[in-house]
Ligand binder design. Structure first.
Ligand code: F6P
Length: 362
């Protein structure tokens, strides 16, 4: 990529998609073009594009009008990992050398990696190999350490809350128990927040193993009080006391091969068996990752994207853009990766939910 004297910034979106990715790309690209006279290179399909050397020049026109669009026009992959890439026979190989070579050939001033824990873990390893990069946190799971917010969470929260609202009316009409399974992987943020916002009677989280008998007690007590329906919001990673999470499938070539799913059915079966009340299950699935970003996510994406671009311009690499108490801070990648942010029992949101009588199945 020779010929141009302008500085060049690279962008990739790794991991699962979510609303707000396009808004983030737009913010990085517009800041780079308008404030730093940089060229913008969009790497296609996350780290897969870096491995396969697939990228495109992103113009101002390309990012104009995409603030409200869900998904990512660059494409994403939550399987691509330069440290574990399948060859044509399906054997995994470390092709990080190729990814670094391709990065060098792009002659970037810096690369902005927009992603969740999988993407940022890979980014951390690459940064230790000399790749000049900055992380921008996105995930509907909101499980990244050191940041109060991640792009996509608020939009998924709105989708899940609206679904719970809709299920409320049909639960009431039919006097049924409605179990709603939401995403979030190993952290219960999405279930906790949507459960509270949607007025869930019982919220089950990975962090608080439940007792099905306690869940049924709550449902039966409500019935005795004349509330002939109940709403149970369950995180896909929830598990019974002394039990395991329900794994739906293993995606071998993924950064995190475990795909959760099915706990909603297990809980519904248990409730129906013990209470003899008619119970239905709704699994929200990938609906939670779709649609347009909320105003909160558009603003967060813009602030994170602008900050990410400014860090590249200043040469502040190996860090992640985070939000703490409303302020943007750059935090070392090492402090963000390695573990996830889980719901703590003393979280004020848990306390508030308990105060209004919400059960956590214990
Ligand atoms: O990390 C985001 C997320 O949507 C999780 O909440 C969910 O467990 C997982 O990704 C689903 O992954 P996939 O898109 O591979 O089914």
């Amino acid at each position: 990529m020779q010929g141009s004297k302008k500085k060049r910034i690279g962008i990739l979106t790794g991991g699962g998609d979510c609303p707000g990715l396009n808004a983030t790309i737009r913010a990085i690209a517009k800041t780079a073009i308008l404030n730093y006279d940089m060229e913008v290179i969009g790497i296609k399909d996350g780290f897969l594009g870096l491995i396969e050397n697939r990228f495109l020049n992103v113009s101002y026109g390309d990012v104009s009008g995409i603030l409200t669009l869900g998904g990512t026009f660059l494409g994403a992959s939550n399987k691509a990992n330069p440290y574990r890439h399948p060859d044509f026979k399906g054997r995994f190989k470390d092709v990080s050398g190729t990814a670094v070579e391709n990065y060098c050939a792009m002659e970037l001033a810096g690369l902005v990696c927009i992603g969740g824990d999988g993407t940022l873990n890979i980014a951390y390893k690459l940064s230790k190999r000399g790749v000049k990069l900055v992380g921008v946190p996105k995930t509907i799971d909101c499980d990244l350490r050191q940041t109060d917010a991640t792009i996509g969470f608020d939009s998924a929260l709105v989708t899940a809350t609206q679904a719970i609202d809709k299920l409320h009316t049909t639960a009431q009409s039919h006097h049924r128990v409605m179990v709603i399974e939401v995403m979030g992987r190993y952290a219960g943020w999405l279930a906790l927040y949507s459960g509270l916002a949607g007025g869930g009677d019982i919220i089950l989280l990975p962090e608080i193993p439940y007792d099905i008998k306690k869940v049924c007690e709550v449902v039966l007590k409500r019935n005795q009080r004349g509330k002939r329906f109940s709403i149970v919001v369950v995180s896909e990673g929830a598990r019974p006391k002394a039990g395991k999470m329900v794994v739906k499938k293993i995606v071998k070539d993924s950064t995190d091969p475990v795909r959760l799913g099915g706990i909603g059915d297990k809980i519904a079966d248990g409730i129906e068996k013990i209470t003899r009340l008619e119970t239905r299950v709704t699994v929200l699935g990938h609906l939670q990752r779709g649609g347009e970003p909320t105003p909160f996510d558009r603003i967060l994406a813009t602030r994170f994207g602008v900050a990410g671009c400014e860090m590249v311009a200043k040469g502040d690499f190996g860090k992640v853009v985070t939000l703490k108490a409303g302020n943007i801070r750059a935090v070392d990648l090492a402090k963000v990766v390695g573990d996830i942010r889980r719901v703590r029992l003393k979280d004020p949101v848990i306390k508030a939910a308990m105060a209004v009588g919400t059960s956590f199945g214990v």
